[in-house]
Design a protein around this ligand. Structure first.
Ligand code: EPU
Length: 337
């Protein structure tokens, strides 16, 4: 049922007080087929919303918002080593992670507590603590809003990259992801190499961790570093970690031996944007209600009444400062509308 002038404050985790001109909750694919026949999708620049945890609204949204509420988790195939689960795009990502852990199906544990929905997970190929969506991705179903039919896309069709996919590039404003099928392992091998996971497990006296232990450790780390959007408006990492030429990284590290670098197999180097922003002195900075989180410089926060424009203007200032100080260009990770 199409609604008009719907407040979005509780539907975006920055907590901006904006509204959508038109709003359509989508609980099944038939709704998409019906609305496509009306021409509304081609006329009103539709925006697909999951739980609003990676979007910055610059102001009221003048077009149509489609909220993905498609639910369900089903086992669709299984063999001795793997199981494939097909999940509705509106399912909460973390609930699916918890479901997989209850069944001892491995692959999602390092991505515990990432905010957002299943349908949003392929868009920026979500990842954390050494795991990415693409590692467990089997296929997805989407409604093609250009042609009005359902399509199946495999990993190669999605062009997954670091916080990137076809859905942020040529497929933007085209595909409504209705279901994602994940391929999970029945004999999980834990990966505790990234960050503080191993040290936390050791602190807890866990010598042979299972996926539930890894999940608990990840939840513990995230809660200690990242602000809870229910308490402080934010969208997680606001910028991507910049991927630069090896020479650029070498020059930076020569000037700043404490800089964090992660050399990639393709000869490039990923730098820690959080380190750069922190080093430049922005961590904990606040102007009005717009700020940089005090524990994790990669996260921009809304202390209450900041607008998207204010957060964006502060973010642009940070980008310019990092460019001037370190000759590195930061790109936003969060989507803006
Ligand atoms: N660092 C600082 N100061 C800061 C923040 C970070 O010096 O204020 C340093 C840390 O000490 C560390 C390095 O930067 O050496 C990297 O920091 P961290 O491990 O916290 O990860 P990140 O690069 O800041 C990325 C993802 C997160 C993900 C974590 C863990 C991106 C843009 N962000 O953050 O993803 O949870 O790694 O895997 O890739 C998200 O996408 O929203 C997100 C939270």
């Amino acid at each position: 049922m199409l609604k008009r002038h719907i407040p979005l404050k509780s539907l975006n985790t920055f907590g901006f007080d904006v509204e959508a001109s038109m709003f359509l909750p989508v609980a099944d694919t038939a709704i998409l087929q019906n609305v496509w026949k009306t021409n509304l999708l081609s006329m009103s620049s539709p925006l697909i919303l999951g739980s609003g945890s990676n979007i910055l609204f610059k102001g009221d949204y003048p077009g149509l918002i489609l909220q993905n509420l498609i639910s369900g988790i089903d086992v669709v195939s299984e063999n001795e080593t793997h199981v494939c689960i097909r999940c509705g795009g509106g399912e909460v990502w973390h609930n699916v992670v918890m479901y997989s852990i209850q069944h001892n199906w491995g692959g999602l544990e390092n991505m515990s507590l990432i905010p957002g929905t299943i349908g949003a997970s392929p868009i920026q190929n979500i990842g954390a603590y050494g795991a990415e969506l693409k590692d467990v991705f089997e296929e997805l179903d989407a409604f093609d809003m250009w042609y009005g039919n359902m399509v199946k896309l495999k990993a190669a069709d999605c062009a997954f990259g670091y916080r990137d996919s076809i859905f942020k590039q040529s497929g933007k404003v085209r595909f409504f992801i209705t279901h994602v099928t994940l391929r999970l392992s029945k004999n999980p091998q834990v990966n505790v190499r990234y960050g503080d996971i191993a040290s936390i497990l050791e602190e807890w006296g866990i010598t042979k961790p299972g996926i539930a232990d890894v999940s608990r450790a990840v939840i513990h780390i995230r809660r200690s570093k990242l602000p809870d959007p229910a308490e402080l408006g934010n969208c997680g990492s606001f910028f991507k970690n910049p991927v630069v030429r090896r020479e650029t990284a070498d020059a930076l590290c020569a000037a700043h031996p404490d800089a964090k670098r992660f050399d990639q197999p393709d000869g490039t180097t990923k730098l820690a944007a959080g380190w750069l922003i922190d080093k430049a002195g922005w961590k904990g900075f606040r102007r009005g209600d717009a700020g940089v989180h005090e524990k994790q410089a990669l996260v921009m926060v809304n202390y209450g009444t900041a607008t998207g424009a204010e957060i964006l203007s502060l973010a642009r200032e940070i980008v310019e400062d990092i460019q001037a100080k370190f000759h590195v260009t930061l790109e936003m990770e969060v989507n803006t509308r």
